[in-house]
Design a protein around this ligand. Sequence first.
Ligand code: UDP
Length: 374
Amino acid sequence: MKRIITIVGARPQFVKAATLSREFSVAGIDEKIIHTGQHFDANMSEVFFTEMEIPQPAYRLDINGVGHGAMTGRMLEGIEKILLGEKPEGVLVYGDTNSTLAGALAAAKLHIPVLHVEAGLRSFNMHMPEEINRILTDRISSVLFCPTDAALKNLAAEGFVNTAGNDPGSDRQKSGLNGAIPVRIVKNGDVMQDAALFYARKAAGKATVVKQLPVSRFVLATVHRQENTDDPSNLKGIVEGLNAIHRQVPLVLPLHPRTRNILQQSGLTPDFITIDPVGYFDMIGLLQQCEMVVTDSGGVQKEAFFFQKHCITLREQTEWVELTELGFNQLAGSDPVAIGEAFKKLMNQQSDFSVNLYGNGEAARKAAELIATL
Ligand code: UDP
């Protein structure tokens, strides 16, 4: 493939796309980006394009501020129109957002091969919109780029069979034979590790937020999952848990716009330090300097590991099971007691973070090289 369209829309996708866009120019692949507009605040979108030198989107759909159905539907319509005009050889989607699903659906129905990066991950919680998005996207993709062994196992358990064929379009047409789902499956590693390694060098000296904090020792937290923000008892438990950590070590939380809005209406009183969402360079600075990470983000769980920090995950499940299995990460849900216990345990734990779980920074290059051969 020499001409592809990439669909992005949400913050984690900008981080992932940055790594592949760079490799596409090396591999001689012409990439055009569609930005669906899911995230649009300057500090949730533009800052990533600028700092990470992501090519400016060729198309902007500006779809946001509506529910899941309307958002996915409008994106589907907008993306389909562009694909009909552009006729790309493949459509690249990342992760598990509404933009991912809309991009995959639009392409698959036009018989354009879908390339899914960060495929095969499962939380096994069908109440998460992300789980629905990733299962459906995998099912209609032609090439699944998997970051981990766990992702490969999940796909095998669902009946996906790796064809390793060179014609992804026809692989997909054969789907359903004997109950197996033939698809090209590639374990290329995790593109977010590529981003962390590459941009940590670039961010050196450019992270300013960490220097302006009123504290020198701190725990870094992020909270934005719908199952936490939209459930009052989960949010209350999390705020209590974070307040309790803050009484021991100051806790700093860059506030996702959704969480900010809901917290304002909730009557809850965070005692910890909240700041505006930060750009990627500042996030790297915070990850490097913090004592521990507490998060419900998928990406930040891994970044804690990349920057050699323990992590408490404010969820009941994680897709990044290797981190919990090896003790780098502990699940605590939204229960303040469990959050407190995890904090105590991890603060006293020494870990060797040198194990290679995510491919050590070659994931994007491997994916781009393969795409060039398709
Ligand atoms: N991130 C950031 N600034 C912030 C919070 C997060 O740059 O204030 C980055 C974070 O380092 C990671 C990405 O955004 O690379 C993760 O996005 P998010 O947590 O929104 O999504 P998820 O990974 O849960 O899908």
